[in-house]
Each structure stands twice: as C-alpha cells, then as structure tokens.
Design a protein around this ligand. Sequence first.
Ligand SMILES: Nc1ncnc2c1ncn2[C@@H]1O[C@H](COP(=O)(O)OP(=O)(O)OP(=O)(O)O)[C@@H](O)[C@H]1O
Length: 917
Amino acid sequence: MAWAPESASALPEPRPDAADEPRLPDVRGRLAEYAAMPVLQVLRRLDSGPRGLEEDRAQTLLARHGENAIAGPTASRRGSRLLHALTNPFVGTLLVLGGVSAALGAFGAATVIGVMVLISCWLQVRQEQRFDRVADTLRAMVVATTTVVRRATSDAPPTSREVPLDQLVPGDIVTLSPGDMIPADVRLLRSAGLAVDQAVLTGEALPVAKQATPEDAVPDVSAVGRSTGDLATIDCPWLCFMGSTVTAGTGTAVVLATGTATYFGAMHAHLAPRRAETAFDRGVKGVSRALIGLMLVCAPLVFIVNAAVHGIRFAALWFGISVAVGLTPEMLPVMVSTALARGARAAVRHNVVIKRLPAIHNLGAMDVLCTDKTGTLTQDQVGVDCHIDPDGRSDPQVLRWAALNSAVAADGDAIVLFNELDEALLAYADQMSVPVDDVTAVEVIPFDSTRRRGSVVVREAGRPGTDLMITKGAVEQVLECCTRLRRQDGDVPLTAADRQRLGDVGDRYAADGVRLLAVAIADKPVRPRAYGPKDERDLTLIGFVGFRDRPRESAAAAVRSLAARGVAVKVLTGDHPLVAARICRDAGIDPGRIVLGDDIEALSDAEIGDLADRTTVFARIDPEQKARIVRVLRSTGRTVGFLGDGVNDSPALRDADVGITVDGAVAIARESADVVLLRGDLLSVAEAVTEGRRTFTNIKKYLEITISSNFGNVLSMLAASVLLPFLPMLPLQILVQNLCFDLCLLPLAFDHVDQRALRRPQTFDSARLTRFVLWLGPVNTLADLTAFGILLHITGHHPGPAAQAIFHTGWFVENLLTQAAAVHLLRGRRLPSPRDHAAFPVLLGTTAIVTIALVLPWSPLAAPLSMTALPVVCLLALVLVLVLYCLLIGAAKTAWQKVEGRTSRPTRQGTRSQAQR
Ligand SMILES: Nc1ncnc2c1ncn2[C@@H]1O[C@H](COP(=O)(O)OP(=O)(O)OP(=O)(O)O)[C@@H](O)[C@H]1O
C-alpha cells in the first residue's frame, strides 16, 4: 500500500532520478570488453595489480567514481517522499474531495481541505525524513563490508582488510568466500570451486559455477555460450556481478565497475527492490481497505438520507463531502511511521537493530520463531571433543587429515569465512602443533549444506603421480562415498555390518551432544581435469572428529520468555537429530518427535503445514527445506520469524515475515535479514518482540479511537438529518474539528502500554476493529443525541440563524470534549487511574483540543467559522453530557472487554506442543 513506510534494505537502493545513469547496453559493452582481455591486460587498464591499490589512490578514485552505491543522495529522496505522501490513498481522497468542493464553489471547505493536505503531507515528509535517518543510523550499525587487498604505500606489503561496501573503487582487489555478496562487477583473478547465486539478475535459482582464466591468456569467449542478448555477459564464467552472492568456493577478483556503473545498477535503475508481502503489509492493506470502504458507504448514505428528508440541496452534498473527509484518517501514515521509528529506537536499547522499520511490527506479530541451533541455543564456541579411529581409539592422524581439509579449503585467499567447525579444527590443530601446511593444494570441492560434506585434493611430497582426496562431513553422507575402512592392521572392505556399527557410533556421540564428522581419504592418479563432487567416491573411512558446543545459559530463560509471550520456538537444523535433541533439552525445549529433512521431501505443503504445527525440531534439513517450512507455516496464517546466521539460512531469512540474524553472520545473511541482533541472544529477541507489541498497540489504539469516534459522528449526522430541520454542524466546522482531533491523536505513538497487551502476538485484525467500532461508536452517538436534545431545548425547536450558530458551536465543543475524553477512556485496557494514565505527550495533545474547544467560540476565528460564544447554561449542559458520555463509554468498554475476553480464542500456538521445563 502506498501509505506504508518504505522498507529499508542494506542493498543499494535504486535511485528514482536515474536519467544520467549509464545505459545497460553501454555497461554491457564495457564489461564484454573486459571479459575478452587477458587478466594482466585488465589489471593494466585499471592501473592496478594483484597486490592491490595504494590507499591514497583508492581515495582519489573514490572521489572520481563516487561511492559504490545505487541510492541517490538524500536530497533526491525529498521529491520522492513528497510524491509518496501525495499518493497515499487517504491524501488522494482528500485531494479529490477538495477538488469537488472547489468545483462546487465551496471555497472555504476547499481551503480547509487544502490545509489538511498540506499539514498531513508536511508531517509525513518530515516523519519519513526522520524515519530514513533512524533507518540509516541503524543500518550504519550493521554496515555491509567486503574484504579488500590494499597497500598503505607503493612499497608496503599488501594487507587484507574489511571496508564498507560503498568505499570500493574500480581497480580494488577483493577476496570472495561463501556467504559474501559480490560487492561490485568484478573479473576473477583466481578461483577455487567458486559458485555464485545470480538469481537477483537472472531469476535463475540454481548457483552457477565461476572460474578465473589463466593470467596471460586471451579468454575463450566462445565458452561463454550465447554471444548476443542480455545474458551474454552474465553467462561469462570469469565475471561476477554486484547483486549476486557466493554460495560455495573462494576467489580473488579485481573490481571493474562500481555503483550505478554496474550491471545491477544499470538494470535496476528504475525498479524498486521487491520482497514478499509481510504481516505488516497484509495488515496495512486490510485496514486501508476497511477504512476506505467505510467512507465509501457512509458518506453517500449521509448525503442520500439528507437529500431524501430535505430534498437535494447543495448544502447536503457539501455536508456529505465533509463527512467523507471526516472519515478519512489522513494522519494514519504519519502515526504509523512515528510509532515504527520510536519502536526501532527502543529496540536498539536491547541490542536489536531493525534494518527495515516495518519489521518492528512483524516482531510484535510473530507467533512462531524458527531458529537454527548454533549460536542461538548454543554458545557458538565450538571445541574439538575427540578424534578417533573407526574402532573408537584416539588417533592423531584423523585430526591431521581433518585439519588439512579445513586448512586447504580456506587457503588460496588470505581471508575466508570458515564455518565454526573448521575454525575449531584449525585452532585445535594449532594448539596440538599438528602441521597443516606440508602439502600442495590441488583442488577444493567446498562443503555445502545439501551434500553435507566437503573435500580437498592435495599432493604430498614424495608421492609423485598421486593426488590425495580428503573428505569430511556428516557421518551418513561420508559413509555413502566409502568402500573401505581403515583398521590398525590395514584397509579392509566396508561391509553392511560396519556401516551399521559406524552409524551407531555417530548416534551414540550425538545423543551426548557431540557432533561427529566422518573423515575419509582416497588416492587418485594425477590428472589434468579438475575434480568435482562426482569424484567423492571409493573413499576409505579413517575415523571421526567430534565437536562440542556448550548450550547458551540464557537459552532456556529466553525460550520460556518467548513462550510466555505466545511465541513458539521451532528448531530447524542441518545437524544430527540426536545432537539437536540434546541441545534442545538443555535449552528447555522438549524436542518431541523429531522430523527429518528426508521425511518431508515427498510431502505436500498441506501435509508439511500439519506436521509443522505438531513438530518442534526439524533435523538434517537443507537450506531449501528450511525456507519451505517457513513458507508453509506462513501460508497457514502464522506470522513467522526466522533466526539464522549462515549462507544456508538466507533463503529462509528472506521468506520469513521477519528475518533475524546476528552481527557476526555472513554478509548474505545480514543482507537478507530485517533485524540484526548485536548480541546473538534469544533474550534480546524476546525484548524486541515486546517493543514490537508496544508499537503496534499504540497504532491499534489510534485506529480504534479515531474510527469509533468518527463512526459515532456519522451515525449522529444520519440521525440529525432525519430529526433536525437544519444541519447539525456546518461542513467547514466538521473539517476543522476533524483536523484538531487528528492532530491531537498523533502523540499516541509515544503512549504507555498496558502490560497485558504485551503478552500475546499482535497484528492488524480488521474484524476485531469493526466489532470495536460497532460497539463503541454508537455510545458516542448516544451522547451526541443527548446533546442535540439539550441544545434544541435551549435554542427553541425552530431556531433562527443565531440560535443555529449556538447549536452548531455547542455540538462542535461537545464533540471535541468527548473526543478528548475518549482518548483517555479507550487508550488502555483499564479505565484511567493514577497507576495507569496516559503518557505526557498524549496529555499534552488532549489538553490542546480541550483548550481549542473552550477558546475558539470566543476567539476572532469564531466569526469566519460561523461560531458564536455559548451561553453559560449551554456550557453547563455540555459538561453534563460529557459526564454522561464518560459513564456510558466506561461501562461499554468494560462490557466489551468481558465479551471479547470470552469470545477471543487463544492464538494457535505451537507452544502447546512445547512442554517448557
Ligand atoms: N565445515 C564442515 N565440513 C564438513 N561437514 C560439515 C561442516 N559443517 C557442517 N558439516 C556437516 O553438515 C551438517 C549440516 O551443517 P549445516 O551447517 O548445514 O547445518 P546448520 O543447519 O547450519 O546447523 P546449525 O543448526 O548448527 O546452525 C552438520 O551437521 C555436519 O555434519
């Protein structure tokens, strides 16, 4: 919906004024030129080299080429903000109604409507500026970086360091590893098993292999496939493009183009990034539809009744238009942006950074949190527990081969993101003085979460003609590739009984919380052809390495805290089911019956939805299965959060209503997520959930109070149309009163919230809102009808213009006073008390409208608004109506809470399947 605050993403945002940006054919032409050159010539053209740019030169280039970003400068956003404000459906409605008023010659009304549009747009633009500033500040806290090789001076040694993505310049040398975003358009200098996901550019979901060309050779362009058309460059194996991500392998590359000069920049200059509709988007849509529907029904109805009773008159039409304006919640976008920005600022106090501000609402609405295991339920301080041969005896050789596998996989490029198991292995090997640099690396077939194993091929000194493949991975997946088994007295064929026994060893360790990786090796005759996953066969199992990661002490409390807030925690892990079960028990989660990835592969979405409702732990699932479970849960009406930090988590992070990651996560996870935890702690998620609910409760209050009050007014106007021989309030007065009320409600974004409102997931519920309005709106009407009776009595039953002015002014004042009272009486679950009162800004807002009500009729503005000073008896009578209204609304609200409390069923929580300890 147009009024929803725009989401903020760490990916460069497309610039709206893209007229001066490079055109796609030019960008493609330049890239094709670079693709056809030998690497050395590319480096020469860019005045760079494998040792990287000097820092000074990088700064000069940065000044020349600008930042590596596609977002325009802040100033250029101002125009689009104004456009955004003007095109929101509520302001659009006002503009149409203002236009109609002007066309009918009602210039006073047109002016007031114009003022309302101006105030609404001005507030919205200002609020969006603040909103963007908050979003920018928050994003800066989790800024995306890339690893670049640079030199301090021309003769200084090259060093690798992390720089923010936007500081990259053409000629920079970057290193790439799994989980990294490709930071610009680059030409590969070296690569090992590199695969990238280019779906953002091509829509093709499968990763594509990328490979560097020999340094001084002219690349074989015919290998690229298609020579014409848009994909010609994208297909090029030695070019990688901004917007893609590394899914496997490593590489070193030179930057060819940055920012808007990239393929991504040129292609997307006019397109906004798209993301699946979240709970917030759905809620906003539903409420907007309901509000516009209410206006489209009520305003014509008032006109028709008025015309039917009094005949078609210009005043009736004008009156109908004013009612329509009165029902338009034009300040709603301002209120929502203010509340979201406040919530996001509050979340930072709990070490939670909200990257896309609507995510704060989605956190409050979340009723299922799917999480991976490492780093959230565990401390992510993985240590090596054991290294054993197939018979369970400690064996240093197993440690050496496993560590060599990690070291070689990481080698070639100085900086590589290991996963936690590789890190632990290398640290332990170092501690035990196990050498890991006495072989020559030949090939890396990187680990991936679907194969659940990774291999390297090395050449040992003194073994000419023979390569050695070393594979490590999940026990079942490595055993699949083994045909032999290492025994103390030599290698023997692997029998079915051995497989069974070795599988049991894995299970035994897993049940104790130890994650076992199998290690296998095989000699291969040296060959010129590259090795791939298909060569992982005929291996000899040589043993296992075990890892232990202690459970996080706060995890049990956090899971309890989330359950108490109605958020069910589900664990989605690629790990062994028994390890998952053990860690879950330690974290206070009853794992129940664990479902495996293989179990759900053949199931339909409906079957998975049913199963997911009853299941707490899914184990041995791959990245696509994680995302599928998230999608299916969402399709069953849940609001789903996903917490993960690995490359394998990014599809699920994107598909969830709210993607959550930790500060140390791989770049693609941080990019995909909406929320970043500065402390990788579930407790901070629980706190952020509370902030989300606080935010939403205040938005909900605004909707309930404004719509019920306006609806009550419409009923009063309908009744007045039938009962009174004149209009109960002049159109201009309706508009002014509406403007005052709207402005006074804005501070609700900062109001206190009743603790009970924070205990359940909260989301937009149009049906409940309608019930609320239908129940409490008529109470407003009752008070109005009483006021009408009293005013008629005071002014006589057939009043002339002077008496009509008293009637109009009287209802204007009564309306504002009752509306101010409604804010206090309807804002909380309980009636106001010294312990439960409105926040100071809300008090200020309501004091302002009471003051306006009591001052305006006696001010110089009274005459232009056709108002008059009220007699004392009239004022006293209105105070009486106010007291009556307060009593009625208090009673109606208490009754509403009783009825709602009885009828509102508890939300469908998976918590019922989680017997929390
Ligand atoms: N570096 C590695 N080398 C070899 N095998 C690995 C490596 N990392 C993980 N594995 C194996 O692959 C399995 C799946 O790992 P993966 O990292 O995909 O799981 P995950 O869902 O991220 O786990 P978690 O829930 O612990 O975060 C592991 O249980 C382990 O057996």
